[in-house]
Design a protein around this ligand. Structure first.
Ligand SMILES: Nc1ncnc2c1ncn2[C@@H]1O[C@H](COP(=O)(O)OP(=O)(O)OP(=O)(O)O)[C@@H](O)[C@H]1O
Ligand SMILES: [Mg+2]
Length: 317
């Protein structure tokens, strides 16, 4: 059963929308970081205190806590989005099956981040719909906060809460939004930290960690919410080159474990190796999609060939 929305994404101030993406309230945000996305990546919302909302995330979207059965996880249908006169998404159709890894590639400004943000309901779409495990989550009747809790969104900037230790960064949303006990949430968080080689960082503050470690914690924080879909937006772009590999390793492991993921990336080698399908976006339309071997090595469309030529000459392929 999908709960009625407290308000649409469009009707909310931007800072509230970013806080909502995280699973925590803005009050959890460090001084000076409100609206910066620190809350955004973590997990609760201003509506968190709404009676009866705690712990009902999965039920609200009509999906179970169990691992999703094979089938369609996400269907993006005719999605259009404009910012003023700038039409950024011009009718995008895309389906993601469970356990698939879809890499979105395309030039800066082509609309990759906007598409991910529309899926995560951080942007209200102008037309079309987003269907998540069979539910139209862009319907006005849907509580986007409850839907969003089932999608783990990780951004280029890690957006960890600087005033909270690593462990607390990870357990905050599961405790506040899923209603887990602190002990259970800590147990799970420690297991995740150990799985990704960060157990010894649990008691540190984020600024004691390298960029790569912080980004791995940000991914773990998203995983701690048991997402059914991970949305990763250029998660290696802010990292020094020597730190990129450790973050890509985490994503590879998630892919191997069957996590369904929609990933915007400029890492063509990673897309080639990990993606079930590569989707090339230009000017808000999907120009071409297919297996990496097809799109990256034998592109059919002249626009794809031009883009890949530029990537190649920039030494990024
Ligand atoms: N909140 C916003 N307000 C106004 N315009 C926006 C907003 N967000 C994105 N845009 C515009 O939408 C277009 C697509 O931006 P988007 O960030 O989706 O591109 P991208 O493919 O992710 O690029 P990059 O590879 O640089 O991350 C750009 O022209 C951008 O200026
Ligand atoms: Mg982007």
């Amino acid at each position: 059963m999908i709960r009625p929305a407290a308000g649409t994404a469009a009707a909310r101030p931007a800072a509230a929308r970013t806080a909502a993406a995280a699973g925590t309230s803005q009050a959890e945000t460090a001084p000076g970081s409100a609206g910066s996305g620190a809350a955004a990546a973590a997990g609760t919302s201003q509506a968190e205190t709404a009676p009866g909302s705690a712990g009902s995330g999965a039920a609200a979207a009509g999906t179970s806590q169990a691992a999703p059965a094979a089938g369609t996880a996400l269907r993006i249908e005719g999605v259009r989005k404009a910012f003023g006169a700038n039409c950024v998404l011009k009718g995008v159709d895309l389906a993601v099956d469970t356990h698939q890894v879809i890499c979105l590639i395309g030039a800066s400004g082509s609309g990759k981040s906007t598409l991910l943000r529309c899926v995560d309901l951080l942007e209200a779409i102008d037309a079309g719909r987003v269907v998540f495990f069979g539910h139209d989550v862009t319907s006005p009747a849907v509580d986007e906060i409850l839907v969003r809790r089932q999608m783990g969104m990780v951004f280029q900037s890690f957006n960890l809460f600087p005033h909270l230790r690593v462990l607390r960064n990870i357990t905050l949303a599961p405790v506040k939004a899923l209603g887990m006990t602190a002990a259970d949430a800590e147990g799970e968080a420690m297991a995740l930290l150990a799985r990704f080689g960060l157990a010894d960082k649990a008691r540190d503050y984020p600024d004691r960690l390298s960029g790569g470690q912080q980004q791995r914690v940000a991914i773990i924080r998203a995983l701690a919410m048991h997402p059914k879909l991970m949305l990763l937006d250029e998660v290696t772009s802010a990292l020094d080159p020597e730190l990129v590999g450790e973050v890509l390793d985490v994503i590879r492991e998630l892919a191997a474990g069957g996590m369904t993921m929609l990933i915007a990336t400029h890492e063509m080698g990673f897309a080639r190796e990990t993606a079930t399908r590569v989707v090339f976006l230009e000017d808000g339309v999907i120009v071409e999609e297919g297996p990496p071997s097809q799109v990256l090595d034998a592109p059919q469309d002249e626009r794809t060939r031009r883009f890949l030529g530029r990537v190649l000459s920039a030494g990024r392929m």
